[in-house]
Each structure stands twice: as C-alpha cells, then as structure tokens.
Ligand binder design. Structure first.
Ligand SMILES: [Zn+2]
Length: 296
C-alpha cells in the first residue's frame, strides 16, 4: 500500500509539474518577462491522498519524508497570489539548539517514544549514556521537542531549532562519555549552521512553567567554556548598582517573565544550581548582573 501511495504521489507531482511549466531554465536567457511567466497560484492543487483498499481504511497513511516535504511545499504556496518561481534560494537553517534530558530509563525507550504515533514528540538527536549519538530527523526538518515555549520574542522555537535529548533520568549526573559526545555534536552543528554561541539553551529556559530539563546536574559552565551558551565571570563579580532591574535583565537575556517565579527558578537552576528557589538573593543578582553585562 505504501508503495502504491508513493507511486500515486509521484505521478500526481509529475503531472502537476508538467502543467505548471513556470521554472525558468538556467540555460535560457536570464531575463524573465514576469507577465508571460505568471500563472494563478490557485491552479496548483494539493494532492489528495486516498486509501482505497477497504480492508486497510483503518490504518494510518504512512508517508515518506520526501512525500511529506512535497505536500508541505504545495501548502506553502499562497493561492491569493500569482506565482512565478525565483531561482536563488535554499532551505531555512536552524539557528538555536535546545538541550533536554529524556527523564526516561534508556535510549531505546526514548527512541521508541519518538516512533509511536500517539506520542506526538520527537527530537533531532538522542545521546545515550555511553556517548552513542542517534540522529532521528534531518537537521532541516522541524522536530516537535520544544512544545509551547518562548525565548525573547520567538514563540515557535521548533521552527528554528535543533532538539537534542540526553538519556538521563533528571536525578543523576550526566556521564563523561555523554557530555563529550554532546560537545562534539554541538561543535559540528555550530560550525555547519553558524549558530551564535548565545543560542545554545535548555528546554527549561524556554518553557519555565512546564519544564525543568536539563536538570541541575547539567554542566552549563563547561559548555560555555567550550563556546556553547553563556556563563558569568567568577573572577570579576562586580557589585550590583542600586537601579539594576533584575526582571528586565532576565527578559532581555530571553526569559519569559510572564510568570516571574518560574523564570527565576529556571535562571537559578542553570547558574546557581545549589538553590533553585523562586526568589532572587543578593548573590543571585550579582550573578545575573554579571551575565547580563557580559553578553547582553
Ligand atoms: Zn525537554
């Protein structure tokens, strides 16, 4: 059945493509007369997928990655506009990395979670306690790892990030093999997609009311020392000026301060570690002021 669907889709797309005839050929004259190339976008139809075998109607239609991408490409065409294709483009690339812990007991369990229909969650990478790195989605695809979240003014983190899940219960230290593998992966992603170092953050940073991962055991300081994320200058913790507004500082760093107590706890889980209460002590303010002054 899957093969038949694939064939149907291919034939639909081929027929659509031959009808459209709007893509200028690179070998032809570079000057394109827009009026003559213009067609109505409403003539581009989204193919319908129909399971016609009555015995299989209760089964979900499983599309290949390529089929799903083709469908979304069709849905991305605005039918209210005219259509003619530009010739210079590529795919949008990730600009953030979100780090998670799985809160599960094994990498196999996490992989299974990301492969069952009802779970509705996924991430690009899963890293085992032994340092095994498993990729589960192409970096260019949108994984479902962030959920309802916010960082600065960004509200659709999934659309611009790569999600990395670390196999860890949340109540235990992360192994050296796992962190070492993570650092190697981060280095690859940072270089490949030119991701700013400030954009390596945790799930709890972007969803402070819902999430607490990665836990206090996660070595954010070590990550920052390797160029991923931020950390304060321990040798130069200057005094905090009286007019320092810590709420504004948290917001400017990126935290959603709509629920201030949750944002404070998220900040302290990362930077203070030994105290994750929801109030800012004088010491906490010094750390925050240092991070704020240093990077933002
Ligand atoms: Zn998470």
């Amino acid at each position: 059945m899957r093969g038949i669907i694939g064939l149907c889709l291919v034939s639909v797309f081929v027929s659509c493509a031959t009808k459209k005839k709007v893509t200028p050929q690179p070998t032809k004259a570079p000057i394109i007369v827009v009026d003559s190339a213009k067609i109505k976008a409403e003539t581009v139809q989204v193919p319908q997928i129909q399971n016609q075998d009555p015995e299989e109607t209760s089964l979900p239609v499983i599309l290949t990655t390529e089929d799903r991408v083709r469908l979304m490409m069709r849905e991305g065409i605005n039918k209210q506009a005219d259509w003619t294709e530009a010739m210079h483009y590529d795919l949008r690339k990730p600009n953030y990395v979100i780090i998670h812990h799985t809160a599960q007991t094994s990498i196999a369990q996490t992989i299974r979670t990301f492969q069952v229909p009802h779970a509705k969650v996924s991430s690009h990478y899963v890293i085992g306690r032994d340092g095994q790195v498993v990729q589960m989605l192409n970096d260019y695809l949108r994984a479902w790892h962030a959920g309802r979240s916010k960082w600065g003014n960004i509200t659709d983190i999934n659309s611009m990030s790569i999600g990395i899940e670390l196999d860890n219960s949340g109540k235990e230290p992360f192994s050296e093999a796992q962190i070492s593998a993570l650092l190697t992966l981060l280095d690859t992603l940072k270089t490949k997609y030119q991701i700013p170092f400030t954009n390596f953050i945790g799930h709890a940073d972007i969803a402070p009311t819902r999430k607490d991962d990665p836990s206090v055991f996660f070595p954010w300081k070590r990550l920052a020392q390797n160029g991923f994320g931020v950390w304060y200058d321990e040798s130069n913790l200057e005094m905090v000026p009286e007019n320092f507004n810590y709420v504004d500082a948290l917001r400017i760093i990126g935290y959603d301060v709509t629920n201030l107590k949750a944002a404070i706890t998220a900040f302290k889980r990362k930077f203070i570690v030994v105290d994750v209460s929801d109030t800012m002590t004088a010491y906490d303010r010094r750390i925050l002021y240092n991070v704020y002054r240093r990077y933002f």
